[in-house]
Design a protein around this ligand. Structure first.
Ligand code: AHR
Length: 493
């Protein structure tokens, strides 16, 4: 198969917001307890954070981590996770039928984030709670005033404010599974009034309103328009969530997942602009894709879990090569829309549908999806250049017109490197690529990293952690993208 990748350096798509490489830690399963926090672990630091996990998160250069949920946040009373640990209540956690010990709360998480070189994207509870509690939490985290909640933070040992800049107005409030789910009108009013109060406490914060919890929701579209109309003046972003899976073992279709993601992004951007036009406003509401990943492997095993355990193993998807190819292609799509998609959160970070896996009391390993994330996070910052791919397309399952090859090119901030990310979705044929770079003289291909293999179902495990790894291939001659491969080409400029 032959394909052409045309990069136009004279036509920029936009600057990549580093928050596109964000992730997510929820009080769910072993994400917190046994994940980022395990005081008895041999690598634990003075606050009980696992050092091995911290090191891998630092390596991934995750600039922002959404916290504390997810579905969890809709029943969460944030005060439970503050102050002296011995006084913290142990509670039923209704989102995931677990027991929450509250050993870790916002006090600890903000410190973990600092140590991990990341920032916190904080979510407020708009399920069981509302505007007043959200405003109180902003005061607790961000205020320097001599008032109740700021003083409470100081009394808990944190003189300096946490300074969280980005906040989510609840989570997936359209989902029937959500604690105290809302209709679009109910949520829109609540989000609007909450946003006003939160910004009264700290006008410098940015706010993300909940969009639909997936494009397959029957209310998708109506929900967005209602929320955007009501909250337009008070919010900065609308959220998108989308998980992908291969339950029918149709790899050709699964590898086309990013076509679905792309359609979703385009629709939501169109709705943001539609409501702006309706309001005769120049304001651009941008997009926060704050939950995305592959998620389906663990669904059956999770049904067998007994309720009311502390940190049960939930959503522990074991990822294979094809999942990693999908994750790599989803990142290409996020980059292609970087002019409007400002935030992206790979859901999640540790143990729960995660790139990083741990054994409680034991070792750590990188799942397959770790690698495309790591490489894109490290080499995908700068400015996205218009990238056009000329190639054949195919239909698979419910997805039509899937291009065999997809690609995006990113010029580094210092202008010295051009990174071209590319997927070849063909299960049969490698792709001989002509790469035409318009507007850059003397671009020299210096490395080609390829992530592929014969077995799409190959996985990494604690005992065999390096089974599926990207490798370097020769840069002499024509660029060839192996069949079923994700690739990163680095040009020196
Ligand atoms: O990431 C797992 C869950 O998926 C989150 O808690 C929820 O927001 C979504 O449905």
């Amino acid at each position: 198969m032959k394909a052409k990748i045309e990069v136009n350096a004279k036509k920029e798509v936009g600057k990549v917001d580093k928050r596109l490489f964000g992730s997510f830690i929820e009080h769910l399963g072993r994400a917190v307890y046994g994940g980022i926090y395990e005081p008895t672990h041999e690598t634990a630091d003075d606050m009980g954070f696992r050092g091995d996990v911290m090191k891998m998160v630092q390596e991934m250069e995750v600039p922002i981590v959404r916290y504390p949920g997810g579905n969890f946040v809709s029943g969460y009373q944030w005060e439970d996770g503050t102050g002296p640990k011995e006084k913290r209540p142990k509670k039923l956690e209704l989102a995931w039928n677990s027991v929450e010990t509250n050993e870790v709360g916002v006090d600890e998480f903000q410190e973990w984030a600092k140590r991990a070189n990341t920032e916190v994207m904080m979510a407020v509870n708009l399920g069981t709670r509302g505007p007043q509690d959200a405003a109180n939490l902003v005061e607790y985290c961000n205020s320097t005033t001599d008032t109740y909640y700021a003083a409470m933070r100081k009394a808990n040992g944190f003189e300096e404010p946490f300074g969280f800049k980005l906040w989510c107005l609840g989570n997936e409030m359209d989902g029937p599974w959500q604690i105290c789910a809302k209709t679009a009108n109910e949520y829109a009013r609540l989000a609007c009034e909450t946003a006003k109060m939160m910004k009264l406490v700290d006008p410098s914060i940015e706010l993300v309103a909940c969009g639909s919890s997936s494009p397959t929701m029957p209310t998708f579209g109506d929900w967005e328009r209602t929320v955007l109309r009501e909250c337009f003046e008070h919010i900065d972003y609308i959220s998108l969530h989308n998980y992908f899976g291969n339950p029918n073992d149709n790899s050709a279709e699964f590898l086309g997942s990013s076509v679905v993601m792309e359609g979703f992004i385009k629709s939501v951007i169109a709705m943001c602009d539609e409501i702006a036009a309706e309001k005769k406003s120049e304001k651009k509401i941008n997009v926060s894709f704050d939950e995305w990943n592959v998620w389906f492997h663990s669904s059956e095993q999770d049904k067998k879990q007994e309720p009311w355990q502390i940190a049960p193993p939930l959503l522990e998807d074991v990822y294979n090569l094809e999942d990693a190819l999908v994750v790599g292609s989803l990142m290409i799509t996020l980059l292609k829309y970087c002019d409007r998609v400002k935030i992206g959160c790979l859901a999640q970070l540790v143990n729960v549908i995660a790139p990083i896996m741990t054994k409680t009391g034991g070792g750590i390993w990188a799942q397959t999806i770790y690698y495309p994330f790591l490489l894109t996070s490290k080499n995908g910052r700068g400015t996205v250049l218009t990238t056009n791919v000329v190639c054949d397309k195919y239909d698979a399952g419910d997805i039509k017109e899937i291009p065999y090859v997809d690609s995006v090119a990113v010029m580094s901030e210092d202008g010295k490197q051009l990174s071209v990310f590319a997927i070849n979705r063909s299960l049969e044929n490698s792709a001989e690529i002509e790469i035409a770079i318009d507007g850059i003289e003397n671009a020299k291909l210096v490395s080609h990293t390829v992530f592929t293999g014969d077995d799409l179902k190959a996985i990494n495990t604690l005992d065999n952690p390096n089974e599926v790894m990207p490798k370097e291939v020769s840069v002499d001659g024509t660029v060839v993208l192996a069949k079923q491969s994700w690739n990163m080409l680095i040009y020196q400029l």
